[in-house]
Design a binder for this molecule. Structure first.
Ligand SMILES: O=C(O)CCC(=O)C(=O)O
Ligand SMILES: [Fe+2]
Length: 298
């Protein structure tokens, strides 16, 4: 089975229907050429200056990863504003649930928020990532018909091919329960031209592919997540980094300056996804990182 590609003129209904069936869909020419050129111009030099990753198991050691995309370029705004992504995400996530306030039954509809932003440049010689679900960051469970937590996008900044590491996806795997292991033989490559995009939901098994070409494969990924998957009181605004520095270490960690396994809460510094506590340290181990595999096992 291959992934379905739809035209940029597709409706949100059509996009949602393919994702409900397959777990993901490719939108041809998702970005216009000027936006794509702007992304490349703004992000290319920044990512080129980063060292390679240090995590052989998951993030890659022939891969460069840049986070904090919205502080590096305004051309990323078009990604979250594009209705084919934004409204599709809202269809999966903004589903009202009721709560009781005394005897009043109240419908509450969650918002969406950006959860992760990353430019991922997979260089020649990088091997395939383990297939995974991105909603594993919350240890999300998957009963049939359960709600989704995340709608993810992978925009092709370079062409994506089967040879250069175009994202591997297992069609239909969003419906699997949590006991079934993903196998490489079940995955198909995301093949799309620069400017096109793969939209998939958090329960879909996927991973970066092997790059056996001579050029890097460059993708911009972002997620829109359930707006309530966060701390109730906004501790980072209440106690920003400069104020947190003077707190005792156990208090720094309990208010939120600590990652939760496997990788929740990371910050990117020098191309590495790190525990946020490093922002409070004068010196830190440059090999210190959050790691889906190691952290999950520890
Ligand atoms: O680079 C890719 O194609 C996928 C990367 C990915 O799935 C991840 O890092 O979580
Ligand atoms: Fe992923």
């Amino acid at each position: 089975m291959e992934l379905t590609t739809v035209e940029p003129t597709a409706t949100v209904d059509e996009v949602v229907a393919v994702i409900e069936r397959d777990g993901g869909v490719i939108i041809r020419d998702f970005l216009d050429p000027a936006t794509l050129a702007g992304l490349t111009a703004d992000l290319g030099p920044v990512v080129d200056a980063l060292p390679f990753g240090v995590d052989e198991e998951f993030s890659g050691i022939r891969t460069r990863r840049l986070g904090g995309i919205f502080k590096h370029t305004r051309y990323a705004d078009a990604v979250v504003r594009n209705p084919l992504y934004r409204e599709t995400a809202e269809r999966f996530l903004c589903i009202p649930e009721h709560i009781w306030l005394g005897e009043d039954r109240i419908e509450v509809t969650p918002t969406v928020q950006v959860g992760v932003t990353q430019l991922i440049a997979i260089y020649p010689g990088e091997g395939a990532q383990p297939l995974h679900r991105d909603d594993s960051v919350w240890q999300w469970r998957h009963p049939e018909g359960g709600r989704q937590a995340r709608a993810q996008i992978m925009v092709a900044v370079s062409d994506f091919t089967a040879e250069n590491g175009g994202t591997l996806v297992i069609p239909g795997s969003h419906r699997w329960d949590d006991e079934r292991a993903p196998r490489r033989s079940e995955a198909v490559s995301t093949v799309m031209s620069a400017g096109s995009a793969l939209i998939f939901i958090g329960g879909t098994y996927h991973g970066g592919g092997t790059n056996s070409t001579d050029d890097p494969r460059i993708g911009l990924t972002m997620s829109l997540d359930l707006g309530y998957l966060r701390q109730e009181e906004n501790q980072y605004l209440t106690i920003p980094v400069e104020e947190a520095r003077v707190l005792p270490e156990d208090i720094q960690k309990i208010v939120g300056y600590e990652a939760c396994p496997p990788t929740m809460g990371w910050v990117e510094t020098d191309g590495v996804m790190r525990d946020p506590h490093v922002l409070l340290e004068d010196e830190f181990d440059s090999a210190a990182q959050v790691n889906m595999g190691a952290r999950a096992a520890s």
